[in-house]
Design a binder for this molecule. Structure first.
Ligand code: FAD
Length: 399
């Protein structure tokens, strides 16, 4: 067995899309990077609906490849409680339409990019805590195959996902209100009779209170069918399964299929948190609560933030400055890219949760008639404002 290195410039905890992207960009800029992943295989098991939009990937030098782009979809459809449908397609969303991916292959591709850029990847290696000296972060306590040891590093990047501990260890508040957490359950189903090549979203209190159901097609007769339910609305532990099974039973074209894989997990749907850095530490991706609160999608933002964190980490090594002050470059950098969208989508999500089924029917109906030329949260809210100004009064200033 090759002895593991116990010292590096930048220690990245977690080889999800966020961590691998940090490792790639920091290595490319010349930093000595160690990427540790507690699982034995990057990307597995998959805990994801596997939907991404196409618009951002090439900007991050990620090129669609059949090894991970399972299905290029024709767009998205939103169904209101009475079945009214609003379609987002290439005509009104431009590049916004996207892919249903093989998430495990996608994550492996990103980790391989990091390794090819010079990062060292260590599997089955978990961070157990942060090591501090004179109040300063100087590394992490780690464990690999039963052996415990310290890894010295002046910069620790917490890309350790929804259940992140690095933030807590570093004194960064990443706690959330239960209303800002969605508990998710998903079935990968085969043998379905899909009605189009669209990612579908179903809304309404009877479908699921405080959340939505999705169906993301992976092929002609195969889809990820899942539910996200606001944790504060869960009355009993099996609620998510109950709503999902009820929905499937009511849709014979889906009920025809069978479940071959189940996935459970949680996503944050909170407003941006106040701080994602501390002396010696940066948080990236789900660990930094960077998931889009309206869609629950977090892959794109973890890559976007990962690039900024990777570049800033390399600059910090060069400047020999690992302070929270220096890391403002990261704090400001990621916020400049997508913080406004996080806020806007958070407000939209909060509003959506207050709407009755009748109002949702009217809204989706108005959007379906509205002939939007470009679909984004902003354009949708503006269209709603034209027809039902009272519904968007609270966030007038953002429109
Ligand atoms: C059911 C479900 C469906 C979803 N669907 C979508 C979707 O369709 N589209 C979308 O864009 N997003 C989706 N998301 C969200 C998306 O999966 C996350 O936003 C994304 O994975 C964030 O990437 P990340 O790198 O921040 O974290 P992760 O991908 O969670 O990676 C964190 C990594 O850190 C490792 N790790 C954790 N702790 C330690 C430790 N102590 N030491 C070492 N390693 C550690 C983990 O093993 C993991 O590999 C979904 C989430 C769920 C739960």
């Amino acid at each position: 067995m090759i002895e593991m290195r116990r010292k590096c410039d930048v220690l990245v905890v977690g080889a999800g899309p966020g961590g691998s992207t940090v490792a790639r960009y920091a290595s490319q800029a010349g930093a000595d990077v160690l990427l540790i992943e507690k699982r034995q295989e990057v990307g597995s098991p998959v805990r994801c609906g596997e939907g991404i939009s196409a618009e951002w990937i090439e900007k991050y030098d990620i090129h669609p490849d059949p090894s991970w782009t399972r299905n290029k979809v024709d767009g998205a459809r939103v169904f209101s409680p009475n079945g009214t449908m609003f379609t987002v397609n290439a005509e009104n969303a431009g590049d916004e339409v996207g892919y249903v991916i093989e998430r495990d292959a996608f994550d492996r591709m990103l980790a391989e990019r990091a390794v090819r850029a010079g990062a060292e990847l260590k599997l089955k290696t978990a961070a157990l805590g942060i090591v501090k000296k004179d109040g300063k972060v100087v590394g992490v306590k780690a464990e690999c195959m039963g052996e415990r040891f310290d890894i010295e590093a002046p910069i620790v990047v917490g890309a350790d996902g929804y259940e992140s501990q690095v933030g807590r260890w570093a004194g960064i508040d990443t706690t959330m209100d239960p209303k800002d957490v969605q508990s998710c359950l998903q079935y990968r189903m085969v043998g379905l009779e899909l009605t189009g090549n669209f990612v579908d979203f179903y809304l309404g209190s009877k479908v699921v209170p405080g959340g939505y159901i999705w169906s993301f097609p992976k092929g002609k007769d195969e889809a990820n069918v899942g539910i996200g339910l606001q944790v504060s609305m869960v009355k009993e532990p099996g609620d998510a399964k109950k709503y999902l099974d009820k929905f499937i039973a009511a849709h014979p074209n889906i009920a025809k299929g069978q479940t071959v894989e189940m996935v459970a997990g949680a996503v944050s749907v909170c407003a941006p948190i106040d701080r994602t850095v501390a002396d010696g530490v940066m948080l990236v991706g789900d660990a930094a609560r960077q998931i889009d609160p309206l869609t629950g999608g977090g892959i794109a933002n973890s890559v976007k933030a990962g690039k900024v964190a990777g570049e800033v980490a390399a600059q910090a090594i060069e400047a020999k400055d690992y302070s929270a002050g220096f890391f403002q470059r990261y704090e400001k950098g990621w916020r400049a890219i997508f913080e406004n969208k996080l806020y806007r989508d958070y407000m939209a999500k909060e509003k959506l949760l207050t709407l009755s089924d009748e109002t949702l029917d009217k809204l989706v109906g108005a959007l379906a008639e509205g002939q939007l030329t470009k679909v984004s949260t902003l354009s949708v809210l503006q269209a709603i404002k034209r027809k039902y100004p009272e519904l968007v009064k609270e966030f007038e200033s953002m429109l």
